[in-house]
Design a protein around this ligand. Sequence first.
Ligand code: MN
Length: 507
Amino acid sequence: MIGFEFNKKIKYEGKPGKVKIFDTTLRDGEQTPGVGMTRQDKVEIATALSKLGVDVIEAGFPVSSQGEFEAVKAVAEAGLKSRVCALARCVEKDMDAAMDCNVDLVHIFIGTSPIHRKYKLKMNEEEILKKAEQCIQYVKDRGFKVHFSPEDACRTELPYLKKVCKLANDMKVSEINIPDTVGVMTPQAMHWLIKELKSVIKVPIAVHCHNDFGLAVSNTLAAVAAGAVMPHVTVNGLGERAGNADFEQVVLGCKILYGIDTGIKLKDIYSASKIVERVSGIKVMPNFPIVGDNAFAHQSGVHVHGVLAKAATYEPIAPEMVGAKRRMVLGKLIGAHGIKDKLEQFSIKVNEEQLQEITSKVKELGAKGKKLVEEDLIAIAEDVLGATAKKERIVELLDMKLHSELHKKPVATVKVTVNGKPKTATKEGVGPVDATLNAIKKAVGDESIRLDEYHLDAITGGSDALAEVTIRVSRNGNSTIARGVNEDVVMASVIAFINGLNRILKK
Ligand code: MN
């Protein structure tokens, strides 16, 4: 089903009913500056991608190092449902390394554009054609399937590009991929090119778009509308330079804007993005579509009111569809509706007059540029309502002890009261903060509590540096944000965690 009336007006001639996703997070994504993945990292991401319903996982470039070879082999032998692919130049040792990994598919590429022919390969058109033919044959003779790319296709002369594609097509490679290696296409040009190439390519067409002009997703969707059936994507849009076409956007674009099935389990998209964020160490921008922190956040009073009345007023994609959550942000633009909704989550009831007073105080702080979290709102509400909103705290810290030694995991012992009853627990952790929070969690004894996010800021003022810790804890699908400030990082973390526990256990 295509969403949105005007999109239904456009009839694309070559648009397929179904596309299959080729994910290259583990190959092009790993080429993101600053990213490196271990074998365990790759297997973890590949497992998530396979569960998502990705058709092909490009696991890496095996010839590049022994570690990379072993990582690709581990992914190929992990028993995943997805087909696993490895990259190889038109060089025997590359192709041998790929095949030795027991992959399902060998991705062979050779530059075809004048600039690659002249400066990189130092080969003429005929020599490149011959080389491509030899290499495709070399891999096929050994019983492996070929995914073939004329590298820099989008800067290659059309007649020559057609010649190369016709050769690969006639040799019955599994797919021919058209890479926009340096991201210079426009959607219209991409649509035109795929239509042109369809006259010589009968095997399925893949596309590989880069984001140098911010058009990777647009170009990919344009190629799909013209008949490309295998978009290359990376989770969170990782990749060389400005990155590749983003997995989440291409999948949702196909599904909602075109009505094309991708075979992807949409509900797991958000969690897959989080796994890649953690493993790669590259944080998704807040305003990134679909998986960014702000993708389903509403701050202005007008929008919050609209969304609370009917989510579709300001949400073209329902957050639950991709496994994400809607968020009402507190700030100077928030209106009374959003605040009332928030307060109700904590069973705080207010009358109209109190609500207006709370709203104006929140706006006042927001206008001063203060970043408000839920506990600030509760503090304001408690202030306005007096004692009525104050409730007993469920968890209180009585005492804590930390033991840290070189080459040993730190161990924390905490004493807390839970509903007035004293409890003691000891736990270790990767560091003192982790050990202490683990011990508190154990003492509270609720298995469903999870620490989802942890953020540390150093606030410097005068001669003291204060640590501010902001965390998000969740329990049974509810989550809350809490904060702790202290001169000591461990104490700031403990304060934030206990504040969060008190909040989440009341929800
Ligand atoms: Mn690339």
